[in-house]
Design a protein around this ligand. Structure first.
Ligand code: ARG
Length: 461
């Protein structure tokens, strides 16, 4: 059958494969709310500007409300032959109200229509991501406050480096997630311009008022250039970039949860609610949610890569390539929402094993730097020399199979005779962590202050 939108020029319907590759309704039906919102703003403006009659506008608005009710109620039949959400809705509107439906598309094209719908959707996605991040940050800050003085090994190269506190470690992620939320909101700010009224590409000769429609849809202003309005998707790319960076942060935390909950680390455990068992190995408790958060990053970064590749070298203005923007974006945003919620759940659920963390922190000569610092402070040694002396003390301890604080004063004095008993005050992991009081350091007092600051800031919203 010929197409009811462009049948005038056509005498034949599409090949089956043409319809199959062209139809996007299965994906873009998610834009129905935005599409109806945009159409209502457009119809009201057309009547205001005297481009269509008030009676027609009223019929259109009422009809669109009914379409919305049908979609909401699940009675709407989506048709592949009608290609996309825009034509599905318009076709149903025509069935419902007849002739006036044909006036809705005056001074508009699907090109500016879809760009408008998609911007509205991406704008909400930015807000949702930022709010999901807020929940995650709150959960992590609470856990950090509870564990402000829980000493664990800090690593570099995944080798024991210096003692830190779990609270400090968790707050490092809160800082990252806060910047992620900022990136989503920055993207939102930049994308908040209305393409509606750009029409197909060149603008329209009708005396439309783009400011009115922009305002009705909550945009800050209309896009200043119609070609840009219909052709650019950097707003979606920014959303995806923010999502990819955020997912990368999530994957690092997820990986640490996987490590910490392994029997080899034993730093923490997840309750039954966030663990899965094995169908063959009865002893297993697997951190599947953390692994899936880690893996979702692949999908999300993949979506960014996929849209960047779609956009590369695409000539202005609209090309059907642009239809591929949505699948990638929807998939990434959905995966990110899941990952954020799962991580928030795990952050609250995670139960640290303080004893095991402390024990691990005390292994690996993690307070060697504290000894070197003591030699600098108390004996006035240059740091390089203190480093050398400490290295020899560590070698001595290693040979004796002892920890630094298990060596006797006499042992240490064989390396450096001026060392006194006072040195033992800096060799415990607690003392080491507590001494790092300079701003941004891991001292429990700092961690408490920072965690409380975050909790208060997040409550204000
Ligand atoms: N489904 C299309 C998309 O998502 C809508 C715009 C179609 N415009 C066109 N000139 N074929 O991009």
């Amino acid at each position: 059958a010929e197409n009811q939108m462009w049948g005038g020029r056509f005498s034949q319907g599409p090949a089956e494969i043409m319809e199959a590759i062209n139809a996007s309704i299965d994906i873009d039906k998610r834009l129905w709310r935005e599409d109806i919102w945009g159409s209502k703003a457009h119809a009201a403006m057309l009547a205001e500007a005297g481009i269509i009659s008030r009676a027609d506008a009223e019929a259109i608005l009422k009809g669109l409300d009914q379409v919305a009710a049908e979609i909401e109620g699940g009675t709407f039949t989506f048709s592949k032959a009608l290609e996309d959400i825009h034509m599905n809705i318009e076709a149903r509107l025509k069935e419902l109200i007849g002739e006036p439906a044909g006036r809705l598309h005056t001074a508009r094209s699907r090109n500016d229509q879809v760009a408008t719908d998609f911007r509205l959707w991406c704008r909400a996605a930015c807000e949702d991501a930022a709010s999901g991040l807020g929940d995650l940050m709150a959960a992590l800050s609470e856990k950090a406050l509870e564990n402000a003085d829980a000493v664990m090994p800090g690593f570099t190269h995944l080798q024991t480096a210096q003692p830190v506190t779990l609270g400090h470690h968790l707050l490092a992620y809160v800082e990252m997630f806060s910047r992620d939320a900022g990136r989503f909101m920055d993207a939102r700010e930049r994308m908040n311009e209305s393409p509606l009224g750009s029409a197909a590409l060149a603008g329209t000769p009708f005396p439309i008022d783009r400011k009115t429609t922009a305002e009705a849809l909550g945009f800050d202003r209309p896009c200043a250039n119609s070609l840009d309005g219909v052709s650019s998707r950097d707003f979606a790319l920014e959303l995806l970039s923010a999502a990819a960076i955020c997912a990368t942060h999530l994957s690092r935390l997820a990986e640490e949860i996987v490590l910490w909950t392994s029997p080899q680390f034993g730093f923490a455990s997840l309750s039954d609610a966030f663990s899965t068992g094995s169908s063959i190995m009865p002893q297993k408790r697997n951190p599947d949610a953390a692994e899936l958060v880690r893996a979702k990053t692949g999908r999300i970064t993949g979506s960014l890569n996929s849209l960047l590749t779609v956009m590369k070298a695409l000539p202005l203005a609209y090309a059907k390539d642009l239809q591929e923007d949505k699948a990638a974006t929807f998939e990434a945003v959905e995966a990110l929402a899941l990952a954020l919620s799962a991580m928030t759940g795990m952050a609250s659920d995670l139960k640290p094993n303080r004893e095991a963390m402390r024990e691990a922190a005390a292994r690996g000569y993690s307070t060697a730097t504290d000894l070197a610092d003591w030699l600098v402070r108390e004996l006035g040694l240059p740091f390089r020399e203190a480093h050398h002396v400490t290295g020899r003390v560590v070698a001595l301890a290693e040979k004796a199979g002892k920890r630094l604080d298990e060596l006797t004063l006499a042992d240490m004095q064989t390396v450096e005779p001026k060392i006194t008993d006072d040195v033992f005050t800096v060799l415990s992991v607690e003392a080491s962590a507590a001494s790092r009081k300079a701003y941004g350091g891991t001292a429990p007092d700092n961690v408490r202050t920072q965690a409380q600051r975050w909790i208060a800031a997040l409550k204000k919203g």
